[in-house]
Design a protein around this ligand. Structure first.
Ligand code: COA
Length: 340
């Protein structure tokens, strides 16, 4: 029907559920299975096309996590039903963002799963997501949406959400052939306890382009402080290792690495944070840090992931130079409730 319109549909009000039973029923529902299959590429996100991982197991674990969140009372789920077709055409799952809420002393939440049938327009998508915000009883709902799912991004914007960053994720596949070391004067090794204070101080001043700093409703000082806490937690065990670059006896930068084994069939490496002191920037310190991290990951995992903002050209060039390839782009949106 070239240039034609889809026939008008009758939509039911969104059906809401917080109990495992009804999510289970819906998950076994043919419509929801189809919905997940139709949104496969967006839901797999950065994992799409990673031959070292099992895409089926990753999708299964996405749904299992959503069910666990809801059954344990940690999260809520919203469905959109098409009564005339008798099928589920939308699902959104969310939960409180505990760490962020404690840090900013505000009630913040996050979307952990969102998928719609492609025929669902922005109005109904916005209704579902807004209901999630209301039912979670949070002041702001954070959503990271695949850039291939433009309708959901437009729905959030239609409801007043603000774009706070665009995240590009890169993948490196280990091959036994590491990028070469270029700078003999830069020495990289595990962090020493006496460096903790310097590292957390450095973190509070160098991370300025991200979803926290990109939101005018979050105070800059608290966004700066978030990165010192992040590095401090990484040093205390949140990361498996924090590597530090030293040049002429001074701390020049750091990188945090961890192995994520939480997804069955999807064990992979993650570089969370890379930071170089402005005094040493542009001299190859970032490159030596990434190279050393890859050396640490080499015997442990087959794939390593790192993300950065689309606007961060320095980081993008650093990762591509270190043989990472871009694999996924996501828009980050913050939907604030009226009156926040
Ligand atoms: C991104 C960052 C880690 C790069 O560290 P760095 O030590 O300056 O990077 P390197 O000197 O190793 O350079 C690696 C590549 O990055 C690029 N790069 C470095 N400095 C650059 C600059 N001033 N402008 C543009 N590109 C630059 C170059 O392509 C370089 O490759 P080249 O040697 O072929 O020119 C550093 O700028 C930083 O800490 N930024 C703030 C924190 C951050 O954004 N972290 C990344 C996201 S978590």
């Amino acid at each position: 029907m070239l240039g034609g319109r889809l026939p008008p549909r009758r939509w039911s009000n969104t059906r809401t559920s917080t109990d495992l039973q009804s999510l289970d029923t819906a998950v076994s529902h043919e419509g929801l299975g189809q919905l997940i299959a139709d949104n496969r590429e967006c839901l797999l996100g950065k994992f799409l096309g990673d031959s070292n991982l099992s895409e089926e197991k990753i999708l299964d674990s996405l749904l299992a996590t959503a069910k666990a969140q809801v059954s344990q009372g940690k999260g809520v789920v919203e469905f959109l039903e098409d009564d005339s077709a008798g099928k589920t055409v939308g699902i959104a799952v969310g939960e409180p963002a505990v760490w962020d809420s404690e840090h900013f002393r505000r009630r913040l939440g996050k979307v952990t799963l969102v998928a719609f049938d492609r025929i669902v327009g922005t109005g109904h998508r916005a209704t579902v997501l807004h209901k999630l915000l209301t039912r979670l009883n949070v002041e702001m709902l954070f959503a990271r949406v695949n850039m291939n799912d433009l309708l959901t991004i437009q729905a959030l914007e239609r409801d007043g959400a603000i774009l706070t960053d665009v995240l590009v994720t890169f993948r490196y596949e280990t091959s036994g052939r590491l990028p070469p070391s270029n700078s003999p004067g830069i020495h990289v090794g595990p962090s020493e306890p006496n460096e903790n204070e310097e590292l957390t101080r450095l973190a509070s001043r160098i991370f300025t382009v991200d979803r926290f700093h990109g939101d005018p409703l979050l105070p800059k000082s608290k966004s700066d402080e978030l990165y010192s806490k992040w590095v401090s937690n990484s040093l205390a065990g949140f990361a498996d290792i924090v590597l530090v670059a030293r040049q002429a006896g001074r701390v020049a930068g750091f990188i945090t690495c961890k192995v994520d084994g939480s997804t069955p069939g999807g064990e992979h490496g993650i570089i969370d944070l890379v930071g170089v002191s402005p005094d040493f920037a542009g001299n190859g310190v970032g490159y030596e840090l990434v190279r050393s991290a890859l050396e640490w990951f080499e015997p442990k995992v087959r794939s390593v992931y790192v993300g950065t903002q689309a606007a961060n050209n320095r980081a993008t060039r650093l990762y591509t130079k270190s043989r990472f390839l871009p694999v996924c782009s996501e828009a980050t949106l913050h939907l604030w409730s009226l009156g926040s």
